[in-house]
Design a protein around this ligand. Structure first.
Ligand code: UT7
Length: 321
């Protein structure tokens, strides 16, 4: 018994912010952003909406796509690093909103690897025979954690949610890989939430995201191919058997570099980051949902999903669609 994705859904905010819009608030240009990242525009959540609202919308669409009723869900995991509040968890808010009265629900924090980690975690419960039907969500509104005066980060990110309904079946997840390196966590971090202090009376402050871009770039182009190669080797799968490599959408140049290193043509590495920017935990399920709804996936196709990001964390999953 393994875990099969039987439906997908996604949600993005209505507001489109173009590179030209950003060039009005920081010293940047459409040309710089496009050539360095491939991003043309991103969606930004309104002040009234956040990660939970997007996650709920993506979850409802995934359930509809899977023809699964909320009461059938046994488990909901939301991969996010920008939950609207510390608690209740975003996953519990989703559970309440959709009426998944029989599901346990919790968030998982692995930054941009969040969806892959959440999928692999739900799979472990299903493989162990504990649960049968699950909802895996990746959702982030990093726009709310960005320093909008820092051009090195504010041009990169966008808000979104993506979801997948999974069920215990014979065909589905074939193999998985996950890793973490906490000793290098400082290259991509967002601190500050737990800065309140009893003795000084200081109130908690929200920290901003900061990143050493080149360090993260080097980490990604080295670790992702290594992880995928290990995944394929351990599952005795040839890379030629993989129809698509669905990579975390951080930067088009990262995808290109992985394509060169692994000798995989870019037509097998789909991208949509030009429209959404880096949507963190949402990027893989958002792309998966677009591909699913565009009819790009057929039963039996082998796919690799690979995420990387803050922590540092990385993970990959080989599935049969
Ligand atoms: O989900 C995982 C999270 N993050 C990532 O995957 C990001 C990985 N890293 C990257 O994608 C790239 O490193 C960036 C896109 C962030 C930066 O690209 P780069 O080619 O590594 O540029 P750089 O940091 O070396 O900066 C080159 C120049 C610098 O100016 P000087 O020092 O050469 O004068 C920067 O100050 O570009 C400047 N710069 C900008 N210029 C215009 C940095 N940001 C901007 C900007 N607009 N937005």
């Amino acid at each position: 018994m393994t875990t099969r994705i039987i439906g997908t859904g996604s949600a993005v905010p209505n507001q489109i912010v173009t590179n030209d819009d950003l060039s009005k608030i920081v010293e940047t240009s459409d040309e710089w952003i496009r050539t360095r990242t491939g991003i043309r525009e991103r969606r930004i959540a309104s002040a009234q909406s956040g990660t939970t609202a997007l996650a709920i919308e993506a979850a409802r669409k995934a359930l509809e796509n899977a023809h699964v009723a909320p009461e059938e869900l046994d488990i909901i995991i939301l991969g996010t690093s920008s939950a609207d509040c510390c608690f209740p968890s975003g996953a519990c808010e989703v559970q309440g909103a959709i009426g998944a009265v029989n599901a346990v629900a919790f968030d998982l924090s692995a930054a941009c690897s969040g969806f892959v980690f959440a999928l692999n975690t739900v799979h472990s419960f299903i493989k162990a025979g504990i649960y049968k039907t699950g909802l895996v969500i990746g959702a982030d509104t990093l726009s709310k954690l960005i320093d909008w005066t820092d051009r090195s980060t504010c041009v990169l990110f966008g808000d979104a949610a993506g979801a997948a309904v999974v069920r215990a079946e014979e065909q589905g997840i074939i193999h998985l890989e996950m890793g973490a390196d906490g000793s290098r966590g400082n290259v991509l971090e967002c601190g500050g939430r737990t800065t309140g202090n009893f003795l000084t009376g200081q109130k908690p402050e929200l920290g901003y995201m900061s990143m050493e871009g080149q360090e993260v770039f080097k980490f990604a182009v080295k670790t992702v191919p290594e992880t995928i190669n290990r995944l394929l080797e351990e599952s005795q799968t040839s890379k030629d058997d993989i129809k698509y490599f669905i990579l975390h959408q951080a930067n088009y140049r990262i995808c290109e570099s992985i394509s060169k290193r692994m000798k995989i043509s870019m037509d097998r590495i789909p991208t949509n980051l030009e429209n959404y920017g880096n949507t963190s935990g949402a990027s893989i399920p958002l792309l998966l949902d677009e591909m699913n709804r565009a009819g790009m996936l057929s039963r039996g196709d082998k796919l690799v999903m690979a995420g990387f990001g803050g922590g540092l964390t990385w993970g990959a999953t080989l599935i049969e669609w």
